[in-house]
Design a protein around this ligand. Structure first.
Ligand code: PLP
Length: 389
């Protein structure tokens, strides 16, 4: 199987697995224990914290380990809602991950107001609209993702922070798809909160981190034994945390060692081959500010549900621009908000590359897409699953 679904989850890097195994085998002590076994584990957690902090340009005291991106996001929203009750508004975009959208729904359920900033057709936030919608004394938090999971579109985060801070609002960014893939530095792009997840950066599922700027107050979502400096209780997921630390260390290295350039040209080669054979292919999202590992495109009138079946048979794992809920295909909310028709969304595929992919795999995948599309076109007309717009 050629795995091209890294935005769903990345494979675990073998070096990450090696780093975490001793903490499942011999170093199993509780990090709160006072004896030497506990101290070894505690030191490993603090080392991991240093690595995650270094990846973000943060201080170690600004990093809280969590169970993943979703928890980090919920924790930020709940904390801001509770600490700034006089500021009722939360600003998001419609292209956020459900972890933000559903958490925003809860913000509303608790009596707050959620304001949705429009995005342009290329998926980038409309900064003029943001400027008009963020209100001094009213907006508590702007929560906008750094990189979109479906399209790879990269947000103008510096400008977003400038606009929000000028109005006295805090900024949270869901950087789950950005962390480890592009340079993030909270000293230059001064977001107040940042969420990341282990399983999108070559560590296992079920571990993540939350950056909380030392400038900002924070109230924990999960309370109990006072772990993580009273900011996230519960006995630490030590193997996961050690894995995330190793993944952050490797990511820092790979941000500068040519991996990015290699993946960028691999993705571009893939798109070039598909486009050369299927000239009506339409790539979604901003061409100049798009994650180098993501390719989301529509092949007009070629139903992606059928393509996924043919691609799986050809040994390619990727995903569609429509999510399957209870047996029915629903167009992606991200594409919908970008103004892409339900029909085109139903003909959209997403390929997301990881650092173990090879150029040969990218080429094989491109040929598989072309073959499948030709097959679908040849058979079209009998039982198309395309959602009508
Ligand atoms: N945010 C984005 C952009 C994501 O892609 C994901 C995972 O799909 C999440 C948040 C949720 O992260 P986790 O699976 O670690 O809870």
């Amino acid at each position: 199987m050629i795995y091209l679904d890294a935005n769903a989850t990345t494979p675990v890097d073998p070096a990450v697995l090696e780093a975490m195994l001793p903490f499942l085998r011999e170093h199993f002590a509780n990090p709160s224990a006072g004896y030497s076994g506990g101290r070894v584990v505690r030191r490993a957690i603090e080392q991991a914290r240093n690595e995650v902090a270094a990846l973000l340009g943060a201080g170690p005291a600004e990093i809280i380990f969590t169970s993943g991106g979703t928890e980090s996001i919920s924790a930020v929203h709940a904390s801001v809602r509770s600490l700034w009750p006089g500021k009722p508004e939360l600003v998001i975009t419609g292209t956020e991950h459900p972890a933000v959208i559903e958490s925003a729904r809860r913000w509303e359920a608790h009596g707050g107001k959620v304001v949705r900033v429009p995005v342009h057709h290329d998926g980038r936030v409309d900064l003029d609209a943001l400027r008009a919608l963020v209100r001094p004394g009213i907006t508590a938090l702007v929560s906008i993702m750094w990189v979109n999971n479906e399209t790879g579109v990269i947000a103008p985060m510096s400008e977003i922070v400038g606009i929000a801070h000028a109005a006295g609002a805090l900024v949270h960014t869901d950087a789950v798809q950005a962390a480890g893939k592009i340079h993030l530095d909270v000293r230059t792009v001064s977001v107040d909160f940042l969420s990341l997840s282990g399983h999108k950066m070559y560590a296992p599922k079920g571990v993540g981190a939350l950056y909380v700027s030392q400038r900002v107050r924070f109230e924990p979502l999960i309370i109990g034994g006072g772990q993580e400096n009273e900011r996230r209780s519960g006995t630490e997921n030590v193997p996961g945390i050690v894995a995330l630390g190793k993944a952050a260390e490797l990511a820092r290295h790979h941000l500068d060692d040519g991996t990015k350039t290699r993946l960028h040209s691999m993705r571009d080669r893939f798109e070039h081959l598909v486009h050369a054979a299927l000239s009506d292919m339409r790539i979604h999202g901003c061409r100049t500010h798009r994650l180098h590992t993501t390719s989301s495109f529509c092949l007009p009138e070629i139903d992606s549900a059928g393509m996924l079946i043919l691609l799986e048979a050809a040994g390619i794992a990727c995903s569609a621009g429509a999510a399957c809920h209870t047996g029915a295909l629903h167009p992606s909310h991200v594409l919908e908000v970008m103004g892409i028709s339900a029909r085109d969304a139903a003909c959209t595929l997403r390929f997301s590359f990881h650092r173990f992919n090879t150029k040969a795999e990218a080429e094989t995948a491109a040929h598989a897409v072309i073959d499948a599309a030709h097959k679908m076109r040849a058979e079209r007309g009998d039982d198309s699953m395309v959602i009508s717009s």
